[in-house]
Ligand binder design. Structure first.
Ligand code: C2E
Ligand code: CA
Ligand code: CA
Ligand code: CA
Length: 277
């Protein structure tokens, strides 16, 4: 292949190898990160909008890199999904969550249900039910303490499989929420057949309220549809009083966002939980 010329081919090849090298580098760093305990699980409280009562917490992974500092999940989760490492990471998240719940229960800290993000890649490659039942068993925790957040796109991939999975989770006492609702495929008819408990409105719809009237209309419609299907609705990305009021006025059940509380370390959350009592 001719590597030089005005077509920019050399430049393209160079750029391509750079990107590929960076990816391989990050992948091997991810392996190391898991082995050397560089991952942390942070938690973000979720509230009942009418009473402001704490109803749950979402577990959000953080990679504390020894040199680069904190790497957000949006940067490494997609890579972990591609390389299959997501299965290991997911097992770690489930075990860490259960160990944390056990620790809090043992010390009489009132801990609410914890929502765990499970990505499609994890569901396809791993054995989620076994991982969960082992972790619950090992830490002696009833399934009611966990909620699984699964994206709309995964549900749509194979509805029959999704229904089966959700039923099995329900048998273990674990509820399921559809995550990032509204951002995936647009077919809504599948919703009625899924035995889920809640819809989670993606923050992309909430963040521009009240500036964006279309987002307001969509958010309103999602809440109304959720309720008519007997589902609870939670909004993420609540940053302002105005957004909270809009959601509350439209009967959205729950909210999560910087307005109430940012995601934080187990230590900070624990201090906050203990103070509440
Ligand atoms: P997500 O499931 O949609 O999680 C909500 C994201 O919104 C989190 O970002 C959270 O920190 C952020 N957020 C919460 N409140 C606000 C707010 O008021 N304003 C704004 N601007 N953002 C808010 P985070 O922690 O960076 O996580 C990003 C994504 O990474 C998550 O999106 C989820 O898809 C994925 N993720 C995080 N932890 C895990 C995990 O343990 N396993 C898997 N498979 N994915 C995870
Ligand atoms: Ca989520
Ligand atoms: Ca989201
Ligand atoms: Ca997500």
């Amino acid at each position: 292949v001719k590597q030089k010329g005005r077509d920019g081919f050399t430049f393209y090849t160079q750029r391509f190898t750079d990107a590929a090298r960076k990816k391989t580098e990050m992948e091997s760093e991810l392996h190391r990160a898991i082995a050397q305990n560089e991952m942390q699980l942070w938690y973000q409280p979720q509230f009942h909008l009418a009473s402001e009562e704490l109803i749950g917490m979402e577990a959000l992974i953080r990679w504390i890199h020894p040199i680069k500092g904190m790497i957000p999940p949006d940067l490494f989760i997609p890579l972990a999904e591609e390389s299959g490492l997501i299965v290991k990471i997911g097992e770690w998240v489930i075990n860490r969550s259960c160990a944390q719940i056990r620790q809090w229960l043992d010390r009489n800290i009132a801990v609410p249900r914890i929502g765990i993000n499970i990505s499609g890649a994890e569901l396809r490659q791993g054995d989620l039910l076994r991982t969960l039942s082992n972790a619950l068993e090992q830490h002696q925790i009833p399934g009611q303490y966990l909620e699984i957040e699964i994206t709309e796109n995964f549900m749509m991939e194979d509805i029959e499989k999704a229904i089966k999975l959700i039923k099995e989770l329900k048998n273990m006492g674990i509820e399921v929420a559809i995550d990032d609702f509204g951002t995936g495929y647009s077919s809504l008819s599948y919703l009625k057949s899924l035995p889920i408990r809640r819809l989670k409105i993606d923050k992309s719809f909430v963040i521009d309220i009240p500036k964006n009237t279309h987002d307001m209309a969509i958010t309103k419609a999602i809440i109304a549809m959720g309720h008519s299907l007997d589902l609870e609705v939670i909004a993420e990305g609540v940053e302002t009083r105005e957004q909270q009021k809009f959601l509350h006025d439209n009967a959205c059940n729950f909210g999560q966002g910087y307005l109430f509380c940012r995601p934080s370390t187990a230590e900070n959350i624990e201090r906050w939980l203990s103070k509440k009592e």
